[in-house]
Write a protein that binds this ligand. Structure first.
Ligand code: GCU
Length: 361
């Protein structure tokens, strides 16, 4: 079922920024920039400057510059200013920039093993999700799967649990009938929202606020930071804990750049990446709590505890269908099942329990 999407031309807005950055016309190594004799390393991401990922990347920058500061300077470009995730991945592929942070949904067209993370209710607990992502030896094989496309994942960032939010209250799948819900550009996420009963509208992340505001869509699905950091809580007042996916974000590097580093330098970049994940995860927990508080108190968002089993039932066949369609996800799927089981059946039943405790404010 592989969809080999042709790479689209770079958005004109991104082009302007790229030209401003002096990167225009770059070839596979042409984006390389130096200032004061230092090689400039450019990182693009989609979040604001207060988001945990930005704070994690600042720790990345700090570690690189502390250890290799005579040679490298790191510049971080937030808020999709270099373009949407898929555009920034293209820039990283060609070497116009060096790194990008993007959700795995954006990687599915480059390596179909990443489709696994779009599978509904894949992880039976947050613990199983973390244990999978922190199993570095296993994940290294997955990270190398985009080598042919010219980039490699260096580390992952927690992007929480995805839930549905809308301009109308959703308590059961029936409430989703007739709604248009934005999803990430991934076939599995489209099927998931359709199975829930709504129409799926794949848009880039940066387009969601305006699309809800203008009534082009009725809602979206994401973690709680989308309400506050991306201000979606201003336009969608009902957030329902469907807990349907945990999709990580990835720090992706241009392969030629990574391969051009000496062993010692690469070790420093890898350590910087590891530290950035640690920092990001710490801020994540803190900010999720704050986001719920702000969304509820200041933005008037209502958090709704739903019966997750009703939503799970709607997507019950999707896991099997995905496994049949794509044999490349089987190994990672089995690996995750082992982790799910080892974490225990106690947590396996927690989606409902967890929604009682976490979701119900
Ligand atoms: C989260 C995630 C982003 C992703 C976004 C989306 O915010 O961190 O990487 O782009 O969801 O839904 O597109």
């Amino acid at each position: 079922m592989k969809m080999m999407k042709t790479l689209k031309p770079i958005l004109s807005v991104s082009l302007c920024v790229i030209m401003l950055l002096g990167l225009a016309g770059c070839s596979s190594s042409g984006g390389t920039a130096f200032t004061g004799g230092k090689r400039i390393i450019r990182i693009s991401h989609a979040q604001s400057e207060t988001h945990p990922e930005h704070l994690g990347l600042l720790a990345f920058k700090e570690y690189i510059e502390e250890n290799l500061g005579d040679k490298y300077e790191v510049e971080i470009y937030p808020n999709e200013i270099l373009g949407s995730a898929s555009k920034a991945i293209e820039l990283t592929q060609t070497g116009a920039i060096d790194f990008v942070v993007a959700g795995t949904a954006n990687l599915e067209t480059f390596a179909d093993v990443y489709e696994i993370f779009s599978m509904p209710y894949l992880f039976t607990s947050e613990e199983a999700y973390f244990a999978t992502m922190q199993d570095t030896d296993y994940m290294e094989q997955v990270y190398a799967s985009t080598d042919e496309a010219g980039f490699r994942v260096l580390t992952w960032y927690n992007a929480g649990t995805r839930n549905v939010y809308a301009t109308t209250k959703i308590e059961t799948p029936d409430d989703m009938k007739g709604l248009k819900i934005r999803v990430q550009q991934s076939p599995a996420s489209i099927s998931l929202v359709q199975a829930f009963g709504a129409a799926a509208s794949p848009l880039s992340f940066g387009e969601v606020y305006t699309a809800i505001q203008q009534g082009v869509i009725n809602g979206a699905e994401n973690n709680e930071l989308a309400l506050t950091n991306n201000k979606h809580g201003e336009v969608a007042k009902y957030y329902s804990y469907t807990k349907h996916q945990m999709i990580p974000d990835m720090l992706i590097g241009n392969l030629k750049f990574l391969e051009g580093l000496s062993d010692d330098e690469l070790a420093i970049f890898q350590e910087a990446a590891r530290i950035s994940t640690e920092v990001e995860m710490e801020y994540w927990d803190e900010q999720i709590e704050e986001a719920k508080e702000i969304a509820e108190t200041d933005m008037g968002v209502e958090f709704i505890d739903v019966n997750i089993d009703l939503f799970k039932a709607k997507v019950a066949d999707l896991q099997e269908e995905m496994l049949e369609d794509n044999e490349n996800i089987r190994d990672l799927y089995d690996h995750i099942q082992t982790i799910n089981e080892s974490i225990g059946t106690e947590t396996a039943t927690t989606s409902a329990e967890a929604s009682d405790t976490e979701g119900g404010n």
